[in-house]
Design a protein around this ligand. Structure first.
Ligand SMILES: [Zn+2]
Ligand SMILES: [Zn+2]
Length: 309
């Protein structure tokens, strides 16, 4: 009996080796390799999420949700709103463009960027967003909305990418990469006077093809300005908070929205990390962690913690 089994195993092993050798021989045929490559490339190029734009819906894609801490699996702050055949970005945190591209969102359909505030984890990818969407066929300049200061942010990224833009136009020709279409336009949205944290202040910032976007002042003190953005389209609405501490006026503005995308922070976890940092002799990290507990929304605020502020 054992002999039968051994014999069977040898025959089976021989067969597997034969099939493997044949397969490797076939893979080594250059024309077959080319055909496999062409097929894979065509399949990739066919992938396109144009369906996200095909009807009158208002859609939300979370293109980044990480804190400023390193995270291999998530990009930093980014929310994409799809409406009226275009998509709009609230914040452009580092690595978010990788998501937009790998999810096959048609880059040239970008309609504008709305920055909540100018912390680096909310703006770091702006240069890539502008350069890539231009290269992929954006039909005109990219409008970048934000509080006062957005002009400096846009001017800085523009300067940092100026040589790159000139290389691309020189290499591919001005017809394909027209510098006039590759520009960013800063669109400052300004509230009069100092920030008011106790009442609701909003400004209609953008209106196009049935979509309206409203800036809502929030409370991320000492960082000013800081805005949430509300999108209204064909009876649907989304509010994106940006970074904010507990801010009752935002709750009022977002009350009847279909979707509220809101930041949250577990101060309990932050303080645990802080305490460990102190034990580890890392006073610098401990100080930073203590400071950040004041300007985000405690995740347990629904239990009453934040509402006593
Ligand atoms: Zn943030
Ligand atoms: Zn922030």
């Amino acid at each position: 009996m054992a002999g039968w089994i051994r014999g069977g195993a040898i025959v089976l092993g021989g067969l597997v080796a034969l099939v493997l050798a044949a397969w490797l021989a076939v893979l080594n045929v250059p024309s077959l390799q080319d055909a496999l490559m062409d097929r894979a490339v065509r399949a990739q190029l066919d992938l396109n999420r144009a369906d996200l734009f095909s009807d009158d819906a208002l859609r939300v894609l979370i293109c980044g949700s990480s804190s400023p801490m390193p995270d291999r699996t998530r990009a930093k702050s980014c929310t994409a709103i799809i409406a009226g055949g275009k998509f709009y970005l609230v914040d452009t945190g580092p690595e978010m463009w990788e998501n937009i591209m790998t999810w096959r969102v048609p880059a040239e359909r970008i309609g504008g960027v709305f920055l909540s505030h100018f912390h680096s984890d909310h703006i770091g990818e702006l240069g890539e967003v502008n350069m890539n969407s231009w290269a992929l066929g954006r039909p005109g300049p990219l409008k970048v909305f934000g509080g006062p200061g957005v002009e400096r942010v846009v001017a800085g990224f523009t300067e940092a990418y100026a040589l790159d833009s000139s290389y691309r136009t020189a290499h591919h020709g001005a017809e394909l990469l027209d510098p006039a279409k590759g520009r960013m336009e800063a669109m400052p949205v300004r509230f009069e006077g100092p920030p008011v944290v106790t009442r609701n202040r909003t400004i209609r910032a953008f209106e196009e093809d049935g979509l309206t976007v409203t800036a809502i002042e929030v409370s991320h003190s000492p960082i000013e300005p800081a805005y949430a953005w509300r999108f209204d389209y064909k009876g649907r609405s989304v509010v994106v908070s940006g970074d904010t501490a507990y801010h009752p006026p935002l709750a009022a503005t977002a009350k009847d929205a279909d979707v509220l995308v809101h930041e949250a922070q577990s101060n309990e976890m932050v303080m645990r990390i802080r305490n460990a940092a102190i034990e580890n002799g890392n006073a610098r990290l401990a100080k930073i962690l203590s400071d950040i507990t004041t300007y985000h929304l405690p995740h347990d605020s629904h239990r009453g913690g934040a509402y006593r502020q």
